[in-house]
Design a protein around this ligand. Structure first.
Ligand SMILES: *Cc1c(COP(=O)(O)O)cnc(C)c1O
Length: 406
């Protein structure tokens, strides 16, 4: 008699004990406010709604300046542009991230250099960064990935020692704090995305944070076709700095309104996510070879776009993570998927090998981890009873692992 649902047995999970939030969130009050905004005609061009969000988001993360943009890829591009990075320069990015982090380097014509990650946090390894630095290195872009904050202390020390700019890719880490101050406020520039799957979601949208007035001015001009923040609509007062490539990467007031509505709820949302992670951690700690992605070493409030789960050791490694994923899904678990995989193996990543640099021996930690890890999306990290059921499902699969043989 088989025990696992993947082999036709009864599933542990059901619609009552395996639930996820509907995402992105919607509300009737927000719908009313959207209608009001529409009727007001103040739709874009540094509208009050956008300025309100910039102010609130910067304060929330302990940064001085915020520049709202159309998505979280152009924020990375503008960050590199504002820092003066271009052809002939090298930029180090982690092997595991969404491909946008890597493509932004390409957009400004700089050379993309991959560095391996740390197995515990899934984030950029400071030792790997150290090994990748050359005289041409100009910047590093750590990514606060899934449910961990990259080691800002060590990475900032490295960037200082070698005179490199540090851009934090915070697309996964809205509201996260490192040593009691928001992510995105530690590096030269922090970049966030509000694409509709993110923990603050406006369909599309992005923002840059910085504490440097000059960078803030450049970032603003970069996204607003060269205008200064102080120019009246359509009346250029002063020119952008020579050589700064400026674009139309403006966001709209509609997006900013959605974000103004969601931001006050973010701390409670992160508390719920953390409570889920704590239950899963506690209930699964006796399963051999199973671990959760470690939070940022000095994270005082861990944000979650997702949570990594790792199945390793001799017993688990007899089975592919694809097989384990199928077994978990068959038991009724929700919002679980594989990792992005190494950027340089992603189907959408089409740079020729001569257009980027891989370390000698590639990025073995990332490659191994992606073979052994799954992630739970943040909207799946909400209901405590779902955490309990998921833990029971993983126990059940562990105990009946012989059945995973095809
Ligand atoms: C989503 C994401 C981005 C880019 O955001 P878009 O708004 O989709 O352009 C950048 N980096 C990471 C790690 C992301 O997950």
């Amino acid at each position: 008699m088989s025990k696992l649902a993947i082999n036709g047995a009864h599933a542990l999970g059901n619609a009552a004990n395996c639930r996820h939030l509907d995402w992105p969130p919607v509300s009737a009050t927000t719908a009313d406010k959207l209608k009001e905004l529409y009727l007001s005609r103040a739709w874009s061009f540094n509208s009050q709604t956008e300025q309100d969000f910039e102010k609130a988001f910067a304060e929330h993360h302990g940064a001085k300046y915020a520049i709202f943009m159309s998505n979280g890829t152009v924020t990375l591009e503008c960050a590199l542009e504002a820092l003066g990075i271009g052809p002939g320069d090298e930029v180090i990015v982690p092997a595991l991230t969404w491909i946008a982090t890597a493509m932004a380097v390409r957009y400004v014509g700089a050379k993309l250099v991959f560095a391996d990650i740390a197995a515990d946090t899934f984030t950029l390894s400071p030792a790997a960064v150290q090994a990748a630095i050359t005289p041409r290195t100009k910047a590093i872009i750590p990514v606060h990935l899934y449910g961990s904050i990259a080691d800002l202390e060590q990475l900032l020390a490295l960037s200082k020692k070698h005179g490199l700019a540090l851009i934090e890719d915070c697309a996964h880490m809205q509201g996260g704090q490192w040593q009691n101050r928001g992510v995105g406020s530690w590096g030269d520039i922090g970049s966030f995305s509000f694409q509709q799957s993110k923990t603050l979601a406006s369909g599309e949208g992005g923002i840059c944070l910085t504490n440097d007035a000059l960078l803030a001015e450049k970032l603003y001009r970069c996204k607003h076709i060269g205008y200064s923040r102080y120019d009246k609509q359509g009346q250029a007062g002063t020119p952008p700095p020579p050589g700064l490539t400026c674009h139309n990467y403006r966001g709209t007031a509609f997006q900013a309104l959605l974000l103004n509505e969601q931001l006050p709820e973010l701390p409670q949302l992160l508390q719920k996510y953390q409570a889920f992670v704590d239950i899963l951690q506690k209930n699964c700690r006796d399963i051999p070879g199973f671990r959760l992605q470690a939070p940022g070493r000095l994270a005082s409030r861990q944000g979650y776009y997702a949570l990594g789960m790792v199945f390793e050791g001799e017993q688990w490694e007899r089975f592919s993570v694809t097989r384990i994923h199928e077994a978990i899904v068959a038991e009724g678990a929700v919002a679980i998927s594989k990792t992005y995989g190494p950027v340089y193996r992603h189907l959408l990543f089409n740079l020729a090998p001569e257009d980027y640099t891989l370390p000698v021996g590639s990025c073995p930690v990332c490659e191994k981890l992606c073979e052994r890890a799954l992630v739970i999306m943040h909207y799946g990290l909400y209901y405590p009873e779902t955490a309990q059921t998921l833990a029971a499902i993983i126990h059940k699969i562990w105990e009946n692992r012989e059945e995973l043989k095809a």
